[in-house]
Design a protein around this ligand. Structure first.
Ligand code: DC
Length: 226
């Protein structure tokens, strides 16, 4: 069967990466977490005290950044210039600051090019905010996840607490809402559903229920293409 590109976009904390990893594992595809790339750039910028407003420093910074992934057994690790930053990029500080860096046109252009390189040979699942609209407008399968904001925040809250980080539900709700607000209203590639994307309300569905549904659609698409 021909390999395809699966693009999963949607609001924050809707389970895009959980589903993307499961699909990639099932199909033996690559998995690319585009949000992790924006987070890694944010980490580099914070470490080097580079403001999202300082465009000359941003340009220089981008020429010094290499982001890679290691996806194995359904687990993904993000590497920034060879350093495993998977845990660091999930911190509160990065979650709060990432939207202000994700707004910057130069950063988006740089990361979109990298994301397209990852997809050159297809056989890839990528999740994010602009994958179906900007990165791979011709992706064979596009999904758009939405969810009740309280359910999303609760999901993310549980994930954070399980990873051993202290936080409050209210803080997570504020962060997820602010991020969605900023991601939807930014000028460059805002979060929005591609016209040919299939919208899925994940609010009251189990992980397995959503996964079975996605796989059914992907398999239909793959058969049509052969
Ligand atoms: O998926 P995530 O929550 O890890 O993404 C972190 C931030 O990165 C998110 O608030 C918006 C930004 N992002 C983006 O602008 N475009 C993408 N394709 C992926 C993420």
């Amino acid at each position: 069967m021909k390999d395809i590109i699966v693009a999963i976009d949607g609001n924050a904390a809707t389970g895009k990466s959980t589903q993307s990893k499961k699909i990639a594992l099932f199909l033996n595809y690559k998995y690319i977490d585009s949000g992790a790339m924006y987070r890694a750039v944010t980490l580099y910028a914070i470490r080097n005290k580079i403001s999202p407003k300082n465009l000359s420093q941003i340009n220089l910074m981008l020429s010094n950044i290499k982001i890679n992934f290691n996806f194995s057994n359904g687990e993904n690790k993000t590497f920034l210039n060879g350093e495993d930053v998977e845990e660091l990029i999930r911190s509160k500080v990065i979650s709060k600051k990432v939207s202000s860096y994700a707004k910057v046109k130069k950063i988006r252009e740089f990361l979109v090019l990298k994301q397209r390189e990852f997809g050159l040979n297809k056989g890839i699942v990528m999740d994010g905010r602009d994958i179906g609209t900007v990165v791979f407008p011709k992706a064979e399968c596009k999904f758009f996840f939405k969810s009740d904001i309280n359910i999303s925040a609760n999901r993310r809250y549980k994930e954070i607490v399980e990873s051993g980080i202290k936080t409050s539900y209210e803080d997570v709700l504020r962060d997820v809402s602010k991020r969605d607000f900023s991601d939807m209203r930014r000028v460059h590639s805002p979060l929005k559903k591609a016209k040919d994307s299939l919208e899925i309300d994940v609010s009251n569905k189990s992980v397995d229920e959503i996964f079975q549904y996605l796989i059914r659609i992907i398999e239909i698409k793959r058969k049509e293409l052969n």
